[in-house]
Ligand binder design. Sequence first.
Ligand code: C2E
Ligand code: MG
Ligand code: MG
Length: 768
Amino acid sequence: MSLTQRTIVFLCLLLLGLGGSALGWFRSGDQALQSLRYEVTSRPASGDVVFVEIDAPSLAQVGVWPWPRSVYARLLDTLMEMGASDVAFDIDFSAASTPAEDASFAAALDRAGGYARLAAFAQTTSDGHLMLNTPLPEFAQFADPVLVNVDGDGTDLVESFPVGIDGVAIAPIAMALAPGVAPRARSIGIDYGVDVTTIERISAHDVLSGAVDPNLLRDRQVVVGASAVELRDTFRVPRFGTLPGALIQIAAAETLKGDRQIIDLSIAPSSLVGALVLAGLLLAGRRLSLGRLAALGLGISLSLELAALLALQLDAVVFDTMTAHVLTFAGLAVIMLDERAIRWRQTRRQQQRLAYLARHDAASGALSRQGMIDILEQRAASAPPLTLVAAQFPRLSQVIATLGHEVAELVARAIAARLQSLGDVLPTRLGSDVFAFVLPDGDDAGAIARVVTALEEPYRVEGHTIVLYLVLGLTTSATAADDPAELMRQAEVALRVASQQRLSLARYDAAMSGRIKSRRLLDLALHHALERDELQLVFQPQVCLKTGVLLGTEALVRWHSAEHGDVSPAQFIPLAEESSLIAEIGTWVMREACRQAVDWPWQGRLSVNVSAMQFRHGDLLADVTQALADSGFPAHRLDIEITESLCTQDDVQTLQTLRALRALGCSIAMDDFGTGYSSLSYLAQLPIDKIKIDQSFIRGLPALDNQVLVETAVSLGQRLGKVVIAEGVETDAQRAYLSSIGCDLGQGYYFGRPGPAAELPFDARFAA
Ligand code: C2E
Ligand code: MG
Ligand code: MG
């Protein structure tokens, strides 16, 4: 809750507390507490006043009710004889009985000489008139009336008596018994701290039968009244439960005599304290721990109770405390509940955050793999077939390396935002540079192109302009019931195939999974190929087309895998290129080729293939130098075969390595010429000694189209001063044709298949 909300709640509490208190909700609690306070401040009665009670034995003794007036006459006479200082009757004498009986009582009153008093009782009739019951005139002439009303404040407990009644000049009985004491208020609160059980009670029966010690009555004020239950002159009071009316009058007289008139402040102090406590809690409540708050509440309530006790003890002031207690604890409860609610909300927020993180990539705001799967699962029932795309941004890893993680994450965020702007595509991040999304409008070329265009727009992040390209793997759910996790897997398989085959896009087909799997197994086996000695070299002749003499051999690697049998280098070399394995294999090939070739009884050339990866990740120059040094094979007889793709990259380091190799004495041959995209200018500038026309051109010979190409390549190479080799020569016609156009060398099955060194035809003379 905000402070305003709390304030409103607390104001409502305050209103509710005060209203409830006005409606008497807390009355019984207040009464119980007040009784307790009277108990604690208990004191004995003065002993000045004696209660002569008309109890059950008295009723039994006389036998009739109302008593004949002569019985009262006898009672009064006896009391006066025993030395009572005055006698007040809390008995109704407003109606006449028989003249003889009335005369007998009037005579006794006369004998009492003015020391007797008779009850007067005021009551309001149902139509609002005051009705006053006063003693019969024949009695009143000898005895003053005293007011015996007790239900002064109208509450269910008798806590006070009225000082007087408007228009009635009759003093209350208690004031008559304590002459000279001035009332503190219009209604006098009775101090039930007076222990009424210490008030002397004497049965009227005992008085009438003379069984009373006169000392008990001498100089005592006497109140005669009914205590027998059947006379129903009893009232509920604090502390003592139910008391006869006359005894309450005596307690009131004791109150006056002890100068203990109770002033009742009612709920005023309590309301004030309650309001202050609420205000305090409102301002400081949040800063306190729950334990402190509870202790504080308890402290406030106990202090208030102590104050109430002291007020009663010291100044005869009483007030209700329940309202304050209720307000205090209600305020505390609100704060505690609020705290709990706050904590609950915090926990819920944390849980939501965790749930969010489980379904999102925090850095980019895109969905996580699980997040997308969940959404697709939810939609599965209703969704039409969809195309799921896994998209890799291969350069993003370079961005991490060059510009740092933060910039890369900003780019990732921008990618997610661009995907988001494409519509309901569910942008998802699968890895640091891999995203996924659903194609919004079908997967035709146009739709894909739109997405690619949007994503390949340069990214401007923190002053950097970052150009990324995309590789896509697509899969389409055949039916809406397709498992989203499986769809995701298919898209990733397609993506992997695309990046392995250096395509910008691949669509998933069932065969891919199998290929991916066997590739993985192959990769696993390849890692052990070297240590298991599963690699071998074979050599293929290179023949001079003019003379038919064997001028060179090309070393080609072979892998006989224990698990997979013979595996073609066209298959495992690209695999090795994906890991550092190519460097190890390349090193081995170079050494093994030189080691074997140095022993041959022949002075021709040795060609060794090297991968572009060896330039980038291995130390080719060191490998070659070492192989030559270890074997003693002369550098000037070694050809290094590089692929065309290597030459298309304007890489200073590659150039340096090529120059250094040449400086060692080696020659450089460009393999598979014509399949790549090397520009003619490269051919002129690069340090290349030979070109090897790719076998695909030779295979087509002697078709006319191919003739044009091959002739052009041959003359181009030769005019640039390179030696030209034709690969894949299989037939004599091909050989003859190549010879006729002046191609320098030929290599192919026609001259010999790749085989062990022992089978090399060093001395053979081929057709020329
Ligand atoms: P490449 O360097 O162009 O090698 C020539 C390939 O053509 C060899 O295949 C050879 O067996 C094949 N060939 C030769 N004459 C004929 C012919 O008349 N007809 C047909 N159809 N094919 C012929 P291979 O041995 O399977 O090697 C394939 C490729 O693997 C090689 O192409 C080369 O790029 C790579 N490779 C082979 N050994 C190594 C190696 O030790 N290191 C590296 N980096 N790559 C190698
Ligand atoms: Mg080659
Ligand atoms: Mg080749």
